[in-house]
Design a protein around this ligand. Structure first.
Ligand code: NI
Length: 167
């Protein structure tokens, strides 16, 4: 197990579109376990491989309070089955900022699990929001993209300043 470094906005590598996973093997399973550990440690409720600079379509999510219901989703996709809702979102790649984003409250998810088997399930509320947020990462998209350019620029400048101080 290993903790992985999480890229932070506005790192341009977060804009990379991830490619599909062709083969679910031990290397991918190990990567998913390391991502789960990194997510729990942060702590967060979701992590996309893009955020640790691995541009493959793999996400991990766990919205349980006890951090004991991890989902590993390979090549995840969804269809909207619900209505729009607003939720205050954060992101491990945008630390310290929380803003309201509009997403769907119910989606039908399809993906492969860590054994490479096809999964299909309905996700609602926080789990649905989290999966939409993480799939956005795989497409190089961040929650700040849904905000006004004024807000986004403000967050970008503050984080850039903070990254300079940390160097
Ligand atoms: Ni995120």
């Amino acid at each position: 197990m290993a903790l992985l470094e999480i890229l932070e906005y506005p790192d341009p590598r977060l804009r990379t579109v991830a490619r599909r996973v062709e083969k679910v093997d031990d290397e991918l399973r190990q990567l998913a376990q390391d991502m789960i550990e990194t997510m729990y440690e942060a702590p967060g409720i979701g992590l996309a491989a893009s955020q640790i600079n691995v541009h493959r379509r793999l996400i991990v999510v766990d919205v349980s309070e006890e951090q004991n219901e991890p989902h590993i989703l390979v090549n995840p996709e969804y269809e909207v089955t619900g209505a729009l809702m607003e939720y205050q979102e954060g992101c491990l790649s945008v630390p310290g900022y929380y803003e309201k984003v509009t997403r769907f409250d119910k989606i039908q998810v399809s993906a492969l699990n860590e054994q490479g088997e096809a999964l299909a399930f309905e996700a609602t509320d926080l789990l649905a929001i989290c999966i939409q947020h993480e799939i956005d990462h795989l497409d190089g998209k961040l929650f700040v993209d849904y905000l006004s350019s004024l807000k986004r620029t403000r967050i970008k400048k503050k984080l850039e300043k903070q990254h300079k101080l940390e160097q």
